[in-house]
Structures are given as C-alpha cells and as structure tokens.
Design a protein around this ligand. Structure first.
Ligand code: NAD
Length: 293
C-alpha cells in the first residue's frame, strides 16, 4: 500500500493525511472547498513544527512529508490511482453514501475503502459499493497526530484480507488497532457519548456549572480533559449526530440527546471550531472562559 486518498480535509481528514504523509505514504487530500484544503495545509505545517519542537521530527522529515502531500477538489481524479481511500467527510449518512458510490465508480478494483465515521453503519455504507468485502471502518481519534488508538470496525461483509491489511497499516503508522463490531457507536463512542450527554444534562438541570463539572471529572476521575471541554473539542454537531445514531439504532431513551445540546447546535455554537460552545475560545483558545447556562 503506497497511495492513499483522504476525502474531507477538516479536523480529522487533515490529521489523517498528516500521519500517513509522515510515515512515507503518498497522499491526496480532497475537499469540495478549496478554502478547507488551504486551511488544512496550514494546520498540517503548524503541527509538523510542533513535532519538530518536541524532537519527534526533523526539519528534513517535515519537508519530505509535505512533498508527499497533494490536494484536490476532484474526487474522481484523486482516487483513480489509490490503493486505499479513507473517507473523513462530514458525518451525514446520505453524504457519505454518495461519496462511497463515487469512490467505487472511480477507484481501481483492488482499492480498499475505509471510513472514519464516528457512528454510522459500515455495513450500510459498504452496500453502496460493489466491493463490500473491501470496505472497513478506520476510526481515528482526535487529535490524530497525537492519539494512538484506531478503532477498526468490521462490517458484516468485510473480508479477513481487508481486516488484516488495515490492521497492518495502522501498526505501520505507529498506532494501535483495536477491533470492534459494527453496531451503533461501535465501542469508543458508545461509552464516551452517553457520558458527555450526561455531563450536558447535569449542566442543563443546574446541578453544577461548566467549571465544576469538568474539574470534578478531571480531579476526581483522572480524566485529562473534562467532558464539556471534550465535547467542544469534538464538535457539538458531531456529538449530537453520534447520539442520534445511538438513540435511533438502539431505540432506548438513555441515548436521547439533551435539549441543551440540540439548542447549542441549532444556534451554531459548535465548540472550538466556532470559538463558542460550553466555553468561549475567542480571547485565549488555550485557556477558554467557561460560560454560564
Ligand atoms: P469537519 O467538519 O471538521 O470536516 C469535514 C470536511 O468534509 C469539511 O472540510 C467539508 O468541506 C468536507 N466535505 C463535506 N462534503 C464533502 C464531499 N462531498 N467531498 C469532500 N469533502 C467534503 O468534520 P470532522 O470533525 O473532521 O469529521 C469528519 C469525520 O470524522 C466525521 O465522520 C466524524 O464523525 C468523524 N470523526 C470526528 C472526530 C472529531 O473529534 N471531530 C473524531 C473521530 C471521527
């Protein structure tokens, strides 16, 4: 496996492209918006610089990695030579289904298709292609260059060969592959999102304020980041869509998204990416101000 195309150059796609380029793969990063691609390249360069400061990477390695990274707004030409396509576009079933159909039409027959979806069914996405045995979930964690876990999700029709190839690839980029079965939220988000939702519900009911909730989980449970700050970091729209999938998929009230989360997404307060969520990031993004609810 040498040539990898990453679809979607937002928070996750840019991080995934960064990691593969760093470990010697030729990358084409695709987005429908040129502005998103420009921003992704800027962000990747900044993150490489951070790795240089930490002594993880040399300047020459940064230059070599960037030289392996191309961008494109044309999916059809970007996947034409690919050995693997990793889809990391917006979390939306219809959008991803269309992307999978397009990739299937234009990618070589041997190409493997992975999705970074947080919660959507791998089996259902695979059904939009003529190669369901070659479709798999490759769920990276945010921030991708730092987090070592990749949750590998095996769809109903994913072949042993596809699973083996993707597991091996994950190890090659020095990440840890852990396999989950294809049910709503898989493993990581099925456990994480109800906790985040409960933190929002606790805030909504006025049991604690933003600071108290986050500090309790940090100091009391040893979490590196409180659940509300983590929700801002993930993106409140992403959190809401994962909860909707859990709620619909299992039909249980315990997964119903908190009304406060729905309101914040409707208002466009999506967390770090819009500078406002449970915290205000506009003055000092590293030390955001907790908001009152
Ligand atoms: P994002 O909003 O930051 O980026 C999504 C990008 O996809 C945007 O740049 C958008 O322009 C692009 N896009 C939309 N339609 C497209 C199309 N048809 N073709 C190409 N590009 C298109 O979102 P994100 O947070 O990077 O999430 C991407 C995926 O990763 C989602 O499936 C999400 O559930 C998953 N994920 C997110 C996180 C997280 O913490 N944010 C963690 C793990 C997985």
């Amino acid at each position: 496996m040498k040539k990898i195309t990453v679809i979607g150059s937002g928070t996750m796609g840019s991080g995934i492209a960064h990691c593969f380029a760093q470990y010697g793969f030729d990358i084409v990063l695709v987005d429908i918006r040129q502005a998103a691609l420009d921003l992704a390249l800027e962000k990747i360069a900044v993150n490489f610089d951070r790795q240089i400061k930490k002594g993880v990477l040399t300047l020459d390695q940064k230059k070599a990695s960037l030289s392996r990274l191309a961008t494109s707004t044309s999916l059809s030409s970007a996947v034409a030579q690919a050995d693997l396509v990793v889809e990391a576009a917006t979390e939306n079933q219809a959008l991803k289904a269309k992307i999978f159909q397009d990739i299937d039409t234009h990618a070589p027959a041997t190409c493997l298709l992975a999705t970074n979806t947080s919660s959507l069914s791998i089996t259902a996405l695979a059904a939009h292609t003529k190669r369901p045995a070659q479709v798999i979930g490759m769920h990276f964690m945010n921030p991708v260059p730092i987090m070592r876990l990749v949750e590998i999700i095996r769809g109903q029709n994913t072949s042993d060969a596809t699973l083996a190839a993707i597991t091996q690839l994950t190890t090659k980029i020095e990440k840890v592959p852990l396999v989950a079965r294809d049910y709503p939220g898989f493993v990581a988000n099925r456990i994480l999102l109800p906790m985040i939702n409960e933190a929002i519900e606790t805030l909504f009911q006025g049991v604690g304020d933003v600071e108290a909730i986050d500090e309790m989980m940090k100091l009391g449970m040893g979490h590196p980041m409180g659940p509300l700050r983590l929700a801002d970091f993930i993106g409140l729209d992403v959190c809401l869509s994962v909860l909707e999938v859990l709620h619909q998929g299992f039909g249980k009230d315990k997964y119903a998204p908190c009304p406060l989360l729905r309101n914040m997404v409707a208002a466009g307060n999506l967390g770090v990416k819009t500078q406002r969520g449970f915290y205000d990031y506009s003055t000092d993004p590293k030390h955001p101000t907790p908001l009152q609810f």
